[in-house]
Write a protein that binds this ligand. Structure first.
Ligand code: PSU
Ligand code: MN
Length: 303
């Protein structure tokens, strides 16, 4: 039933077969986005949050060249504490399949894999996007969102990015942006970005209705559901501006490029803010996983 390269956990398989709700989770945030030991704690915690809503979590990664959908605790621990865990985006998948290897999957690679497994709802912290600076560094998350029919729950694009340019990209490529309980697109650690959303939704059912309409029309893009970081965990504006500027300058001095840019900036901002950005990241990840589970529930009860 599944493609030979997919290794779907028995729990996810039986939920999908019985049309019960499943939420896909990415693993780059565990292997490269968060420091130890919070990365392992968070990887496990996000699964618990999804389960608490009566939904099956499916964290995705490439293990021994197999595209795993639904990991056990040991596999999550391996990703969190392993020393040579790569960061796989969509372009890396064919290489991983041909040559084997272990890698955490980005938003792009995770939604590609989850789509093949028949999962329709996915949660993360912040999507990749158009980077700042003169080099046109655009995350592969964006084109993958443009061609994958999936409800993607996030807190907008990561603040390290050029947020207005990322917003324009989403518009050009016809990816509808929902503000979940908000009228402005959130910006990861911050509840506001000055950027508009296309529509506001205040319940899982409203989101599901738009997603079903997208599918009815044969529109193949994702539905981006943006959820602001919980109030109490939002990073104060002037602190955020300072640590962001310092970290961006440091990345430029050290000539950090390619797949290392995002993990470098996230780690530096956390150090420079004495953990304030890390606390925000953990809070929004958990909140997004919960919202995604509620949406998955609403989606499965309509079928
Ligand atoms: N969200 C987080 N932390 C992360 C990421 C998202 O809260 O570390 C990861 C995702 O896996 C996303 C990746 O796909 O960062 C983007 O990397 P890049 O800019 O290299 O495409
Ligand atoms: Mn890049």
């Amino acid at each position: 039933m599944y493609e030979h390269f997919l290794n779907v956990s028995s729990e996810a398989k039986s939920a999908l077969g019985g049309k019960r709700p499943v939420v896909a989770l990415e693993s780059t945030v565990i292997a490269h986005g968060l420091p130890r030991p919070q990365n392992l704690e968070t990887g496990l915690r996000l699964e618990q949050v999804v389960r608490k809503e009566g939904v099956v979590p499916a964290t995705t990664a490439v293990i021994d060249g197999k595209f795993c959908v639904g990991l056990d605790e040991h596999q999550i621990e391996f990703l969190a504490n392993g020393d040579d865990i790569e960061k796989f985006s969509t372009r890396d998948l064919a290489i991983a399949l041909a040559r084997g290897g272990n890698g955490a999957t980005t938003v792009a690679a995770t939604i590609w894999i989850a789509d093949r497994a028949g999962i329709r709802v996915f949660a993360t912290g912040g999507i990749g996007g158009v980077h700042r600076g003169t080099l046109p560094d655009v995350s592969a998350d964006l084109p993958e969102l443009a061609r994958t029919s999936m409800i993607v729950v996030c807190s907008g694009a990561k603040i390290v990015l050029d947020v207005p340019a990322t917003r324009e990209w989403l518009e050009t490529h016809s990816i509808p942006v929902v503000g979940y309980g908000c009228d402005e697109m959130p910006a990861f650690y911050s509840r506001s970005s000055g950027q508009p959303v296309d529509v506001r939704c205040d319940s899982p059912e409203e989101v599901v209705k738009i997603f079903e309409a997208q599918r009815e029309l044969g529109l193949k893009s994702a539905l981006l559901v943006t959820v602001p970081v919980p109030n109490e965990a939002e990073v104060e504006r002037s602190l955020l501006r300072r640590v962001l500027e310092e970290s961006l300058a440091e990345a430029e001095r050290q000539q950090i490029t390619g797949r290392d840019v995002t993990p470098f900036l996230l780690a530096r901002m956390s150090e420079r803010s004495e953990g304030a950005t890390l606390r925000a990241n953990l809070a929004l990840l958990e909140n997004n996983a919960r919202v995604a589970a509620q949406i998955a529930h609403a989606l499965s009860s309509r079928k």
